[in-house]
Design a protein around this ligand. Sequence first.
Ligand code: FAD
Length: 398
Amino acid sequence: MIGPDTRIAIIGAGVGGLTLALALRERGMDAEIYERTTELREVGAAVYLAANASRFIERWGLGQAFSEVSWEPTALIYRDGRDGRVIARHDETESGRYGAPGHGIHRADLQQILADAVGRDRIHLGKEITSYTQENGEVTIQFADGTNSQADLVVGADGARSIVRELMVGHDDKIYTGRSGFRGLVAVKDLPSLPDPTTIQFWIGPDGHLLHYPIGGDGDVINFLLVKRMPWDSEDWTIEADPDEHLKHFEGWHPAVIEMISAPTFDRRWALNRRPWLSSWSDGRVVLLGDAAHALVPHHGQGANITVEDAVVLARCLSEADPDGIDDAIASYQEQRLERTARVQKASYVTADVLHLHDGDEATARNTELASPEWMHGQLDWIHSYNADPNFDKVDLA
Ligand SMILES: Cc1cc2nc3c(=O)[nH]c(=O)nc-3n(C[C@H](O)[C@H](O)[C@H](O)COP(=O)(O)OP(=O)(O)OC[C@H]3O[C@@H](n4cnc5c(N)ncnc54)[C@H](O)[C@@H]3O)c2cc1C
């Protein structure tokens, strides 16, 4: 029977694993989380949580804790990366338009708040899954340390480099998108040329762009992602960065761009990989969630957000299923998530092409569209206003 005694094992204590544990608890179910690392210490700058995720953060009573260490951008601005000209400016905040706050938050803060809410005793560190077997509805997971564990349901929330997905699909199916990323944090005080530091800004141009937003309780630190077209000939997801290789493409760009991307020392370059669409995320009683199911490129800032949606929907499907209905719950979860996540994946992927247009008619038409509130709402509303739990009040958009 699905309930407090159902043994649910979550692989990975990232955004998906931790929020799934919270969503399950809210519905009277418990889970054990198995995490590969020996200490919870998220690396890699920050994320932006949008209303489609943050409405659940509020519901779980974590809104105040998030607000204390995060910043809600005051506007969304697109600029020409070379001369700094404003192409488009949209002044509504996330909470103003979608009824739940935006959180620019350091990943370490996010993970700490979520892990504290879940309870550290539920998170088993140093447990790297290497394989699983199934018999009569019971899954046995094997860990690299030689131990194993049994569960009625296993959720592979082990991220973009998911081993659970690889075991399911039979090979590593990542696809390099032709673009690399450089991520960094810079104090606002070190960016004297930066206009509108309290906003989300895209500085766009041929074959590259810079995205940044403030994080932290005072919004005094800028998190940025620099994206450019570059070859990749490694199986790894990050490689050592050559000093200054990120700067070459952006010579002559606006001083605010140069200032920001020159500030930190980059030792790693990130492959912007995606995963192909799967028609099923499950194998018996093992099911994928988050990046393991639908890793996408970060150009819509939605990877963590749709992962939280997954968690809410999976918990709801389990709680709404018949007592012996784990298989039905898995099927219903996929039915509700496959199409939407594929749509967001695709939208994220094509966004880079649009941002990286060379000067000409297409770029001019793009700039007109970006500046139109109606066009922008058409691009963003269906993502940010989405409510993964119908028991929530519907979001009314003007
Ligand atoms: C450059 C960049 C910028 C981004 N910016 C944003 C943003 O602004 N907004 C946004 O919404 N998203 C953003 N994302 C995406 C976001 O970080 C991911 O989509 C999100 O973290 C996915 O959550 P997850 O739980 O699936 O995976 P993760 O959060 O990556 O968690 C996976 C966990 O599984 C563990 N694990 C891995 N393998 C094993 C194993 N074999 N056994 C046990 N544990 C294992 C890992 O250690 C990790 O703790 C960005 C991503 C990148 C790369």
